[in-house]
Design a protein. Structure first.
Length: 385
């Protein structure tokens, strides 16, 4: 008998053994048990089970469990939301769209916002970009969420949110004083003025505190005033070749604190804008005494607040500025640092344990931002008309 025939006989003999014959059915049974899911339980239990299955990537099983949860609690928007996501992942886009639209009828705005976001994701998969954009916009109207904002930035090159939507300054005027005279109680001679100087672009000599005309085109002068009459308001004046452009900044971070400051940075990040954009970093702080339980002594602490305002000059020739964008939480639990990437403003988390005067660095793993700052973190589009 040849070697080939001998090995065939050996293989047949092994398969004929009782243990070997039973091995294949047992393996199949184990695979079936691993893939089976229980459809018993309350709606809340089934919802938790469906979420857990989806988190492990078992989306088909999640659909079965969430369908059972929906039978137990018909029209439950929380179940519908999770089911819509699972259906999208298994590729049942027609039913996923119908389920998400049903979830979007929820009375709770946060649930409705989530359903509209999930609907946008389904519509993107169905290549209906216009409808996806509409769903994301409706979601953001209900709740500003980073996820919906990021999808809109990717899909719509004209999209901005109220966080960075710019407004025109008033002008041109011959002077800030003329503007103030028209504002009544907003600003006057008792207001505190912060003289702001930009970095000298020539590093070969000592920095020049004066802002020389033409040195930072298109900007020739910048003035910031803290209103003594309206305690949360600052006034910003920008002078170009056409004259002064002035406006107030409501909710100014530096206005209602005993300690205040403004730092200015030049950024040439937006191709459609003329020259440099101005990044005005406002900081306000108040020292106070607090009790340190560890040392059993009182200690000094500070209450900090920070914000940034971005100003630029677009094709209209009229300077525009963003609203005041919050950077630091009042309780000191977190902070953001503004930067630029590919023409977009990027708010990066920073380590809140650092000294307030130190240069911020990207937050390490485990940084826990307050909800408001967590949603602001990430990319934003700034447009100067």
């Amino acid at each position: 008998m040849g070697n080939r025939a001998r090995w065939i006989c050996v293989g047949i003999a092994v398969l004929s053994l009782p243990g070997a014959a039973a091995a294949a059915p047992r393996k199949a049974a184990r695979r079936q048990a691993a893939g089976s899911v229980s459809l018993e339980g309350s709606a809340a239990e089934l919802l938790r089970r469906g979420r857990a299955l989806a988190a492990r990537g078992r989306h088909a099983d999640a659909v079965a469990v969430l369908d059972a949860a929906l039978r137990a609690s018909p029209d439950d928007p929380l179940v519908l939301n999770e089911l819509g996501v699972a259906l999208r992942e298994v590729g049942d886009l027609v039913r996923a769209e119908a389920v998400c639209r049903e979830a979007a009828k929820a009375a709770e705005p946060r649930v409705r916002a989530a359903a509209l976001y999930n609907l946008g994701r389904v519509l993107e998969r169905r290549r209906d970009t216009a409808a996806a954009i509409a769903a994301y916009r409706d979601s953001l109207q209900l709740r500003h969420a980073r996820s919906a904002r990021e999808r809109l930035i990717a899909l719509d090159p004209t999209f901005t949110t109220e966080v960075t939507r710019t407004h025109p300054l008033q002008g041109p005027l011959p002077s800030i004083e003329q503007w103030c005279s028209q504002q009544g109680e907003l600003c006057g001679p008792r207001d505190a003025e912060i003289f702001v100087a930009l970095p000298d672009p020539d590093p070969s000599h000592e920095p020049d505190p004066a802002w020389r005309p033409g040195q930072h085109a298109p900007w020739e002068e910048l003035r910031v005033m803290v209103s003594q009459r309206q305690e949360t308001t600052c006034v910003v004046g920008l002078r170009t070749k056409r004259g002064w452009f002035v406006d107030q900044i409501p909710d100014c971070a530096a206005a209602h604190y005993s300690g205040r400051g403004v730092r200015v940075q030049l950024d040439d990040a937006i191709a459609s804008a003329e020259g440099h954009e101005l990044q005005l970093r406002f900081r306000g702080y108040d020292p106070y005494r607090t009790w340190d339980a560890a040392s059993q002594h009182s200690a000094y602490a500070t209450e900090d607040h920070g914000a940034v305002v971005i100003c630029g000059l677009g094709p209209s020739g009229i300077p525009h500025c963003t609203p005041s964008i919050e950077l630091v939480s009042n309780d000191g639990a977190g902070a953001l640092d503004p930067g630029w990437a590919h023409g977009l403003l990027v708010l990066e988390p920073v380590d809140s344990s650092q000294d307030a005067d130190a240069e911020p660095s990207p937050c390490r793993d485990g940084c826990d931002l307050p909800p408001r700052l967590r949603e602001l973190a990430g990319r934003h589009r700034v447009v100067f008309p």
